[in-house]
Design a protein around this ligand. Sequence first.
Ligand code: SF4
Length: 291
Amino acid sequence: MNVNSFSELVEISEKTGVPLDKVVLHWEMLDTGNAPEKIVEEASKLLAIMEEEYESKKGKTFKTLVGLTGTNSKKMLEYLPNTIIGENAFTAATIAITMAESNAAMGKIVACPTAGASGVMPGVLLTLEKLGVERQKLVSGLIVAGAIGKIISKRASLSGAESGCQAEIGSATAMAAGAATHATGGTPTQVANAAALSLKSLMGLVCDPVGGFVEVPCVKRNASGAVIALLFSDIAKAGVESVVPFDEVVDAMGKVGRSMPESLRETGKGGIADTPTAKKIVQDFSNKFKL
Ligand code: SF4
């Protein structure tokens, strides 16, 4: 079963009535030889890591390498009662920032699909868990997200160094939107629409970490990814469709990535990394450590 497009998985699921996560498990078994039960077990373990890490890290202060982030989890938890965007979206953002700050402080994370974007998926899944979505449904959402990520890696890239932040935060957001849609009862077509709409909204996002460290702007981009994922999951389940199918959006993202100059692909030389403030931070850091 040589699948290179998400639409093939969606079509099989829609035509046969077999749930999308089961179609993905079958594909994985044929593709990798891994037994479906084993994949479910592994996905459940990954979710457990997200759950345990967030519970042990929420509201904490993190000591990161450059110190450009690490105090935001606490601030956001305290602000929650005042949110204007809504409790669910703000909670997703808070969880995403907590996990991304933990990553910047070398905490335990699930690279989903990368370390820099590791806050997006827990931001979405743990918010759904707080809303009462069954754990087994979250695991099946994670399995569907894995297929979305795998298709992106086959057709384009999941690497900021190769294709900019659209390939990291953008892919994580598409995966999380698909996971949320599947876990909350969306159809396979709606899953594909949620993923396509999310990835389109982050198309062209450059990779521009200050000094090359995964702190600024990375941590806060995880918050935006989690909120965008929930937004487009809702929009897709409302029946709004992506005019351009997911696979074509992925191809477009790959093309955009290949046309990006090197300065915007994790070199720390362009975008936010090229601002006077960023340059001063890097200079001060170099002076401090006599680099
Ligand atoms: S800016 Fe670059 S390093 Fe930071 S999260 Fe995005 S892709 Fe990763």
